[in-house]
Ligand binder design. Structure first.
Ligand code: PMP
Ligand code: GLN
Length: 390
């Protein structure tokens, strides 16, 4: 029996500290290399950092407008046009949020009735379950299976019922590194249209794709008007602490999402909004080079993990590489991750926290590759000692 947390509402029972906070604290406590929480260990582009300094020095320190500063809303709109040929009116179809996290929570709270069902894919990013719970909705996860993380089409179809309000889709996908194919997205779109569902897409890793192509769901026929597209600047500009995110959708959907967003934070990160606008206006080269630099680290980490004896799943995008522990003679990712700092000075995340199907998630462990090459190399060396020590 899991103990009931005192004071905490029934809706949020079972949501303890996030695994990222726990594992980063473990890394600090033990001095281990932190390949757990996904944040880069280098800063973003200097001109973006300077724009934040200039905004603070230049007196941009009071509340920005509720929907975000015009410069950033225009930059988001131009970005969607430049990369995906999607047109969004910066005044009525773009909303700036406190990271993608707030955008996702606000979308769920604003769009779901109590008791509505949200179809998502598992493993899912941890804030989805909490956001669905805060909205009083119910999650209906569809399993991504095996190293290719593919889902069974009939299982997605069966997950949709009379209470389904929306599908929550994350591509490129944390934690598996899956990038949804056009055929998969077409299937999701076909079901959304057939059942008259909304889709909320989490595209925070849109520029971190190693294989295949990032296709925003809103680009598919009939989907722009029913898709709430969410992204943020944290990953794209290596500024995860700034928490500047955004929503693109029809005016009616943006107004709905804004209604809860304005009472969660109202606004956030005024000076950083100027800086992320600067970032979104950088040339194509910047966006292209981002994945290039990370690809080498993904390769180095994947090779190191394979050498150490893990079964390594191919990551087509994101900051993450997933491994299966079976060849190591281990079955429990949680126990493994808690013992890893002591065994070899590395921290990773047990993927089971992203699963409802605990048996499927139990032997899986996620490693972050968004660290400097020398840090990845050092971590690989330490992990190799696992094999030696048996
Ligand atoms: N979605 C996914 C899939 C993530 O990995 C993260 C973590 N960065 C977020 C959302 C949260 O993004 P933000 O930091 O912009 O709130
Ligand atoms: N997105 C990051 C990860 O998956 C963590 C962000 C957070 O700590 N909330 O590691």
């Amino acid at each position: 029996m899991v103990e009931r947390a005192p004071y905490l509402t029934t809706r949020l029972q079972g949501f303890g500290a996030t695994i990222f906070a726990e594992m980063s604290a473990l890394a600090v406590r033990t001095g281990a290399i932190n390949l757990g929480q996904g944040f880069p260990d280098t800063d973003g582009p200097p001109e973006v950092l300077q724009a934040a300094v200039d905004a603070i020095g230049g007196g941009r320190n009071q509340y920005p407008p509720g929907i975000g500063i015009p410069e950033l809303r225009h930059a988001v709109s131009n970005h969607q046009k430049r990369f995906y040929d999607l047109s969004y009116d910066p005044d009525s179809e773009v909303l700036i949020t406190a990271g993608a996290t707030e955008a996702i929570a606000s979308a769920l709270i604003s769009l779901c009735e109590v008791g509505d069902e949200v179809v998502c894919f598992e493993p899912y990013y941890d804030s989805y379950a909490a956001g669905i719970a805060m909205a009083g909705a119910v999650r209906r996860p569809v399993l991504l299976r095996g190293p290719k993380s593919s889902y069974v089409p009939e299982e997605l179809e069966a997950a949709i019922g009379p209470r389904t309000r929306l599908i929550l889709l994350n591509s490129p996908h944390n934690p598996t590194g899956k990038v949804y194919s056009r055929a998969e997205l077409e299937h999701v779109a076909e079901l959304a249209i057939r059942h008259d569902l909304l889709v909320v897409t989490d595209e925070v890793y849109e520029h971190i794709v190693y294989e295949g192509e990032h296709i925003p769901l809103a680009t598919l026929p009939g989907m722009r008007e029913r898709t709430v597209t969410i992204s943020s600047g944290g990953k794209t500009f290596s500024t995860t602490g700034w928490k500047i995110g955004w929503v693109c959708a029809t005016p009616e959907l943006v107004t709905a999402v804004r209604t809860s967003k304005q009472f969660l934070t109202y606004v956030s990160g005024g000076p950083f909004q100027y800086a992320i606008a600067e970032g979104l206006n950088l040339g194509d080269d910047y966006f292209r080079s981002l994945a290039g630099g990370l690809r080498e680290r993904r390769d180095r980490l994947s090779a190191g993990l394979a050498d150490a004896g893990f079964d390594v799943w191919n990551s087509a995008g994101t900051y993450f590489v997933t491994t299966h522990l079976a060849p190591m003679g281990e079955t429990d990712g949680v126990a493994f991750c808690w013992s890893l700092p002591e065994r070899c000075g590395v921290v990773a995340v047990p993927s089971v926290v992203f699963y409802d199907s605990k048996d499927v998630g139990r032997p899986l462990v996620r490693f972050a590759c968004c660290k400097r090459p020398e840090v990845i190399a050092e971590a690989a060396g330490r992990l190799a000692t696992l094999r030696a020590s048996g």
